[in-house]
Design a protein around this ligand. Structure first.
Ligand SMILES: [Zn+2]
Length: 474
């Protein structure tokens, strides 16, 4: 593991430049498909580092692929940079307050400003190492937009952008340092729009056909479906249009958005078909017309134990980090703003940390591939993991117990702990890439594991071919 020292040195010499990149992207806080400044800052900076950049890939103006090096294995680092609506928050504050002078109401409540930056930095460091040591390898940094409630990588996977990779590496900011061991859910999301016939609700109710009735019957039908779904499947809905505000007009239009999640993509697609059948039944019952607008879908993550072991070994060789008294004080203070049940829920994912709860958990947690993987949300990294062997780590960027998509997460996004976690991630990903580049047998084994796990279900993009990424809105 002689590469560890070089990787640590390379990351440390670049730390200021990349901390400033992450802080800028935190401030931009741009939403899915509209991350124009964030994507351009990444693209321009990696271009300056000597990478060739292809902008606007897979039909998304804010998606890009940067490449450097040649020959050898092709190693991809996946970066994200989208923020969340309604989470604007003053940095370092101990209560919920929008950031002063914020350009929009968005906030980096999932740490993607750190995610993209560490993946970018890891790609540059790996390339530097390969160049300095005359090692043939091709390094790519994927600028992946629209992860939140979207599927940027799924569109990129559909366009074959990951097809020639030997390995994909990524990470996610978290509250502890470990291999990413969570199970994720595949999901599919679509709008169900019912078209009825307006009429005076008292004078001519027999002439009206209620779109709202159809939406309500659909929701009731789906409630009866819930008993007959695979374990851990989830179906959520939100009213987009509940038919207007008049009781004396038969509603002519009603619309609900459905998200269907299941541990496996094929089950999610099967459930989606059953939800569609229910919607058609509701339209039939009410004499309305149904229109379905497909929104997005992502696959579940296929873990690759072969790669996870290599990542764990490298992360452990780098080691955790020291925590300052100030960081501990702030983490303790922010923990006091988090409800007990939220803390307990966070702990569920990190049983080892729970046994010895502290405000910050800076060491590397044990890697145990055989434990039952707690289910987390969905991610479009899933689609990459069906195409190419993929591994991911988590690092402690936030006080233990901080909930994802919370103001507390945004508040901590520019603090020193966030940067320590980000730099550990960059070191881990770069070291893992370098380690793997020298181990063609391990790469082969990882590929065989992927093929075995996919089994009779080769990757089928869950987004139909005619569905395009939504038009970007600045
Ligand atoms: Zn996220």
């Amino acid at each position: 593991m002689k590469h560890i020292e070089s990787v640590v040195d390379l990351v440390e010499t670049k730390r200021h430049q990349y901390i400033s990149l992450a802080n800028n992207i935190w401030s931009f806080a741009e939403m899915r498909y509209a991350e124009f400044r964030s994507a351009e800052l990444h693209a321009a900076q990696i271009e300056q580092s000597g990478f060739k950049v292809r902008r606007g890939v897979a039909g998304m103006p804010t998606a890009f692929v940067a490449e450097a090096g040649s020959g050898g294995p092709v190693i991809g680092f996946l970066g994200e940079y989208d923020a969340l609506a309604g989470l604007s928050q003053e940095s370092g504050a101990l209560s919920c307050m929008p950031a002063a002078g914020a350009e929009n109401g968005n906030g980096h409540g999932c740490g993607h400003h750190l995610l993209g930056t560490a993946a970018h930095l890891a790609a540059v460091v790996a390339r530097d190492y390969f160049a300095a040591n005359n090692i043939g390898a091709t390094v790519r940094f994927y600028g992946c937009p629209a992860e939140e409630a979207a599927a940027g990588k799924t569109f990129m996977a559909r366009d074959g952008l990951f097809d020639d990779l030997d390995v994909a590496l990524s990470w996610h900011p978290s509250v502890a340092n470990s291999v990413f061991m969570n199970a994720t859910l595949a999901n599919v999301q679509a709008y169900f729009r019912f078209h009825g016939k307006a009429s005076h609700a008292a004078l001519a109710p027999h002439l009206g056909r209620s779109a709202l009735d159809a939406a309500e019957l659909m929701n009731i039908g789906v409630n009866y479906l819930r008993e007959h779904m695979p374990d851990q499947a989830r179906v959520h809905f939100a009213y987009i249009n509940s038919g207007g505000i008049s009781t004396n007009v038969i509603p002519v239009l009603a619309e609900v958005l459905y998200t269907i999640r299941s541990p496996r993509s094929d089950d999610a697609m099967d459930l989606f078909k059953r939800v569609k059948d229910i919607a058609e039944g509701a339209a039939l019952m009410t004499g309305t017309r149904l229109e379905i607008v497909f929104d997005k879908a992502v696959s579940n993550v296929l873990h690759n134990d072969t790669l996870d072991h290599v990542l764990d070994r490298n992360m452990r060789a780098i080691g955790g980090f020291d925590v300052s008294a100030d960081e501990t004080r702030f983490a303790t203070a922010i923990q006091s703003t988090i409800a007990e049940e939220d803390l307990a829920n966070s702990s569920r994912h990190f049983a080892a940390a729970l046994r010895d709860p502290r405000p910050i958990v800076p060491e590397i947690l044990p890697y145990s591939p055989d434990v039952v993987r707690p289910v987390t949300g969905s991610t479009d990294v899933g689609d990459v993991s069906w195409v190419v062997p993929t591994t991911q780590c988590l690092t402690a960027c936030y006080a233990f117990g901080t909930g994802f998509h919370s103001w507390q997460m945004v508040s901590q996004g520019k603090l020193s702990l966030a940067h320590k976690g980000m730099l550990l991630a960059a070191k881990t990903l770069a070291a893992t890439a370098i380690d793997l580049a020298g181990k063609p047998d391990t790469l082969l084994q990882a590929r065989e594991e992927l093929l075995r796990k996919r089994g009779r279900r080769p990757y089928a993009c869950p987004i139909p071919p005619d569905v395009l990424p939504p038009p970007a809105r600045a």
